[in-house]
Design a protein around this ligand. Structure first.
Ligand code: PTT
Ligand code: SF4
Length: 617
């Protein structure tokens, strides 16, 4: 294969067939890198090209991808991020997640832009990636360990220099929303990337690199990075951000009737004041940053559980989903449940949703056992049972879409998911634009692609104006398309308002390419069209034709108005949502079933995708 010299990228991917214990480096052409950039874009392209159509997600033929982008690991704000992607066992579509850890930097230093893992080990194993190559190691002694135990044992055995990505019991037991964990509390890959690793009997990836890829203009990169770091520190919200990070969102969501409460039945919670950023701040013992970040938001608190003191990392989403969504108003309890999710290797958002659904279903008599809101002890045990697929946990491990299909009796109405992925922590009874963001996100209901509700508050909560769809596409392109492909943390822009034009400078200095915003938006449109096509291709392989109903949020938000708080009486309007969705498709160049049109795919440089989706004539 021809190797194209490119700055800012390595121009290579490491293809590891773990079933055969073989590996090779493959070239990534400069054309592909320029069309998809890296991270999510590159992962989507690799999955489209390499995965057999209709592959069973938990079979050896499904590929697990770790990918970085041309900005990852350089000395610019918050560049220590990595994408983990695969076909999802939870949704059957494209799935990915983002982890902020040293693993991102070590992977960049290992001489490749992506690692592609195929096959399955016969017995529990580890892989070690260094600049010299790949080693396949026995993992028997690691299988069965929790995530925290795994990190500690890896550090003891391999030292503190390498970085580690690994699964907990949930991944081993193929829980459909198991994630991949790193540095004890970083969790990535909500739609079951941990289960994909578990199905391959891959307990951990150890990465130790040597050199970052050469940048086109190192001095310009250092200069732009240094300016951006200084700018960030001068931002008015900087000091509040480093004190509370994402935890300040609890009070914000309560104030704005967006805090998921009792399985998204309500959007305000009576006990919210016990789980706020202010409470967290009082218990905080330290905060940490992902690599190259000068606005640390990883807040650790000391809390008490069963008479002993422990440390947990606190973020908004797990706090809301284990707190208000389950009727728990105690910071110690929420901290312990969040830490347990990390230790088990479970996605906290999906776990909180599944438990909320189970409590509600039990109250409707659909589950034999009566589980009460706020029953911390039972909830704690259920999390462990889910991770080990024991008792009721075996069913709960399959996610709310599966569960509601099994239980029936109208429970689909309050199964809070889109395309099978459980909803993250923003209630949308009074937020049609945010509902559309969930409806059209690339992986199912996740706020990663667009935290639209912040803009929606300025645009009018009850408005269905078409501008909301226009703005949503713009926001998705930047967040879900570009930050996920650069790959850097988006929060310097989202939370502190770092000027986006810095990223043009970073890209130019890293790659030598003078990207324009027009070109970058075209790239993002391409990534969205390719990911949508991936879903369509995989659903067709199961005999399901794609239609717009896949882009709808759950019925609860349309049918059961809020009964509490200043927005009591609010619910979504179906016709209004439908109009917004139609407008969204129009802007993206997709037909009214949500299928990218043939000429859209062709104009985005995806003729082979157009042929597969629409036929060749
Ligand atoms: C992310 C999702 C989020 S998004 C949160 S809190 W958030 C939850 N965190 C979990 C956790 O912790 N433990 C656990 N067992 N499950 C969890 N599930 C949830 O996972 C995260 C930060 C945060 S904190 C956010 S908003 C931003 N996300 C970014 C992103 O997605 N892309 C990007 N380029 N930059 C981002 N910056 C911020 O990173 P997923 P992380 Mg995570 C304990 O993984 O699958 O993407 O889902 O990434 O390293 O933990 O950083 O209020
Ligand atoms: Fe990590 Fe937070 Fe910094 Fe983003 S802002 S890089 S999530 S510490």
């Amino acid at each position: 294969m021809v190797y194209h010299l490119v700055y800012g990228w390595s121009g290579k991917a490491l293809y590891i067939d773990i079933g055969r214990e073989e590996y090779k480096k493959i070239s990534l052409s400069s054309a592909v890198l320029r069309m998809f950039i890296g991270g999510r874009g590159l992962a989507a392209k690799l999955l489209w090209d390499l995965n057999p159509v209709g592959v069973e997600p938990l079979s050896p033929e499904n590929h697990l991808i770790l990918s970085t982008g041309p900005l990852t690991g350089y000395p610019i704000p918050s560049s220590g991020k990595l994408v983990i992607a695969s076909k999802s066992p939870l949704t059957g579509g494209y799935g990915d997640g983002n982890v902020g850890t040293k693993a991102a930097v070590e992977l960049r230093k290992s001489g490749v832009d992506a690692v592609i893992i195929k096959g399955a080990f016969q017995r529990p194993s580890l892989i070690r990636i260094t600049c010299k190559g790949v080693e396949f190691l026995n993992g028997d002694e690691y299988w069965g360990l929790t995530a925290h135990e795994t990190e500690s044992k890896l550090r003891k055995e391999f030292g503190s220099k390498p970085a580690y990505l690994y699964i907990g019991p949930a991944g081993e037991n193929l829980v459909k929303y198991a994630t991949i964990i790193s540095e004890y509390g970083r969790s990535g890959g909500r739609p079951g990337m941990g289960a994909v690793a578990g199905s391959k009997k891959l307990k951990a990836v150890i990465i130790e690199g040597c050199n970052l890829p050469e940048a086109a203009d190192k001095d310009a990169l250092l200069k732009a990075g240094a300016e951006a770091y200084i700018d960030l520190k001068k931002k008015p919200s900087y000091s509040f951000w480093v004190r509370q990070g994402t935890m300040s969102t609890i009070a914000w969501s309560q104030k704005n009737s967006a805090l998921p409460t009792y399985n998204f039945r309500e959007a305000v919670f009576d006990g919210y004041e016990n789980i706020t950023g202010d409470v967290m701040e009082k218990l905080r013992v330290r905060n940490e940053a992902c690599p190259y970040c000068n606005m640390p938001c990883r807040n650790y608190i000391e809390y008490e559980v069963d008479g002993s003191k422990k440390i947990a990392e606190m973020d908004y989403e797990p706090t809301a989903l284990f707190g208000s969504n389950l009727g728990i108003s105690d910071m110690n309890a929420v901290a312990h449940l969040s830490d347990l999710a990390d230790d088990m290797g479970l996605d906290a958002i999906s776990t909180g949703n599944v438990l909320g659904f189970a409590i509600e279903a039990s109250q409707h008599g659909l589950i034999e056992e009566k589980i009460e809101w706020g029953d911390y002890d039972r909830i704690k045990d259920l999390i462990i049972d889910i991770a080990h697929r024991e008792g009721m946990g075996d069913d709960l491990a399959n996610g709310v879409a599966w569960l509601s299909r099994k239980l029936g009796h109208g429970s689909e109405r309050y199964a809070m998911h889109v395309k099978g992925l459980e909803i993250s922590a923003y209630d949308c009874h009074a937020a049609p634009g945010m509902a559309l963001a969930y409806g059209t996100s690339s992986i199912g209901a996740h706020h990663k692609d667009a935290w639209f509700i912040s803009l929606e508050i300025q645009m009018g909560r009850d408005s269905y104006a078409p501008e909301k769809a226009d703005k949503l596409v713009w926001m998705q392109n930047i967040r879900g398309g570009l930050f996920e492909s650069f790959v850097t943390c988006r929060l310097p822009w989202v939370e502190l308002g770092l000027d986006l034009d810095y990223y043009l400078r970073f890209l130019k200095a890293a790659t030598g390419v003078s990207f324009t915003w027009d070109e970058l938006h075209t790239i993002a449109n391409r990534i969205y069209a390719l990911i949508r096509s991936f879903w369509i291709r995989e659903f067709r392989a199961k005999g399901i034709e794609w239609n717009r109903m896949f882009d709808y949020p759950p019925d609860r938000w349309f049918e059961e108005p809020l009964t509490q708080g200043p927005l009591a009486g609010s619910k979504l309007d179906r016709k209004g949502y439908d109009k917004l969705l139609s407008r969204y498709y129009e802007i993206r160049g997709w037909d009214q079933n949500g299928v990218p049109k043939k000429d859209t795919l062709e104009s985005l440089g995806l003729p082979e995708v157009a042929n597969l989706i629409h036929g060749s004539n």
